[in-house]
Ligand binder design. Sequence first.
Ligand SMILES: [Zn+2]
Length: 299
Amino acid sequence: MTKTVGVVMTERIVAGLIEDHRISGALQHFPDKTDEEFERDDALMELPADSLWEMICDHIAALAPQGSGVTAVGVAMPGMIRGGVVEDSPNLPQLKGARVEDAIRSGLAARKLEYPICVLNDADAVAAGLAATHGHLDRLVRVWTIGNGIGFGRFPYTEGPWEGGHMVVTLDKKENYCGCGGKGHLEGIMGHRAMRLRFLDLEPDEIFAHAKKGDRRCADFVDLWHRALAAATASQIHLEGPGRFYYTGRHIGRLDLGRLKECLYQMVKMSPLQSYSVEVLPEDPAMAVIGAGAAASSR
Ligand SMILES: [Zn+2]
């Protein structure tokens, strides 16, 4: 039996003990639902990196005390991550350059704990979790995570930035809402911060609600939102081939799968590339936690 700990930090920190690709016991959340101070979606953005590492180490120590039999710890977070270092992370800017692996290792050492640590991208953790729990360990799994930011995850892990959220999906020069500063990016259309900048008078949830009621400006935007996601998926299909794509994340409820399929149909016309399939998965924080643990035990 393999025992690992998975920690995922996106809008919240979620941690769990994993035994053979299953969560054992309850998932730990920070902030938890009763924490009004951290009700807002961007609560973690305001915490300095050192406090985040301390919190993560506390969770790991609680789940994997000495003698627990845990063999590895996986820590997943948004951004471009290489060799245990966050090279960039537009949605958690305080993490840029952070040496996460070293920070967690020394935080655990201070708690008299020592585990191999694997730091990975949060969307890659979702892909690894899907592969582990859906029995796809031999197949290519690609997943888009629709949260505050837009993540692209891939299993098996392959070295590279894989910054799917920053794919260019429009040449319109006015499209400059992406947090990274790049023009025409997917996240500059679909990201939480980008939507707030575009609609200064509406929150993202209101934009989607107004679109349903027939508001023209909002409906046009929701159309653009779907076309952008389809464009990024179509580009992926043209580069890496067809296969199965999953869509999940905190804001997955905004996705209309039928509409996405229509857009894809218009965008992918070469017959060898048309055998793709798309599937929505309700958001399940456990998936990324399991994936973080699975990645830690296999890398
Ligand atoms: Zn960008």
